[in-house]
Design a protein around this ligand. Structure first.
Ligand code: NAP
Length: 286
């Protein structure tokens, strides 16, 4: 049976690693804050000493890290993945990063004799817990095939998108649309209530028409209650909008709506709401 590593046990990673352990796989976990390994160890996982040690001892190592800085540090840092990858072993980074970060790590993995796949995901905390994420993979095709059994415990659907970087781009497109939708939704909810409409009735009308969607349905009650328990941290949505706008710069494409949404999310981060759910952007919309 292949040995799997899992690096990064935040909201998403802890649920994903748990699904691999529960499926009966042999899993070694590592997290920068070691205390977060304890629930996984109770389920039956081993605890690794460093990302490098995990990558050296596992056939395939997964990562689910905050952002490009975290992905770089866990890979290139002291006792990072680079110290242990090689011999054809696989590294699958599922973090949401930009295409340049993915390609930089891919090149270093190849140089060290390993194989690399990027595999960011669409779906939030609950789909991570339920193993129903949508996996956007790109890179080494043989690794994609070999990891299929594990990937299918994490997601309900997976796509192979070609060269490294295309997974990151697909993920940024998805979240750019989502960030724009969320700010438009919050402005509509605010405008309607400032205009004397009932919040529940606005939600009911939105849900009955052509723009009904699971996000409005799921997040709507949070807006009305003013409580935003975190599934997708707001700071990560701002990161994704920032990276999408940067991709627009790179490709010479104006992104008016995404750029404006990014500014609203930056304001929410500056106001101290970065660790709340991304629906808390509502707090900075008048
Ligand atoms: P999270 O709860 O904030 O977890 C972030 C993880 O990254 C933690 O394990 C954290 O370690 C680690 N980390 C941060 N900086 C690090 C560094 N410099 N070196 C090593 N490890 C570092 O985030 P999440 O919600 O699980 O999201 C993880 C990734 O998935 C992000 O790229 C996010 O955009 C993406 N994503 C999230 C969702 C969602 O709904 N939550 C959905 C799809 C994709 P510590 O525990 O030590 O802080």
């Amino acid at each position: 049976m292949p040995q799997y590593g899992f690096i990064g046990l935040g909201i998403m990673g802890s649920a994903m690693a748990a699904n691999l352990v529960k499926a009966g796989f042999d899993v070694t976990v590592w997290n920068r804050t070691p205390a977060k390994c304890a629930p996984l160890v109770s389920l039956g996982a081993r605890q690794g000493k460093s990302p490098g040690e995990v990558a050296a001892s596992c056939d395939i190592t997964f990562a689910m890290l905050a952002d490009p800085t975290a992905a770089h540090e866990a890979f290139f840092g002291l006792n990072g993945v680079l110290a242990g990858i090689g011999g054809g072993r696989g590294y699958i980074d599922m973090s949401t990063v930009d295409d340049v970060t993915a390609r930089t790590i891919a090149a270093a993995v190849a140089k060290a004799g390993g194989r690399f796949l990027e595999a960011p995901v669409s779906g939030t905390k609950k789909p991570a817990e339920d193993g129903t994420l949508v996996i956007l993979a790109a890179g080494d095709r043989s690794l994609y095939e070999e990891a299929a059994q594990a990937l299918d415990k994490l997601g309900k659907k997976r796509l192979y998108l070609g060269a490294v970087g295309q997974g990151a781009r697909m993920k940024l497109v998805v979240n750019m649309v989502m960030g724009g939708m969320m700010t438009a939704f919050c402005e509509g909810m605010s405008l309607g209530q400032n205009g004397g409409l009932d919040g529940n009735q606005i939600l009911e009308v939105l849900d009955a028409g052509a723009i009904a969607n699971p996000m409005f349905k799921g997040k709507g009650p949070m807006l009305l209650q003013g409580e935003f328990p975190t599934s997708f941290p707001l700071k990560h949505m701002q990161k994704d909008l920032r990276l999408a706008v940067a991709l627009g710069d790179e490709l010479g494409q104006p992104l008016h709506t995404a750029a404006t949404a990014n500014e609203t999310f930056k304001r929410a981060c500056a106001a101290g709401h970065g660790d709340e759910d991304f629906a808390a952007v509502y707090r900075v919309i008048d």
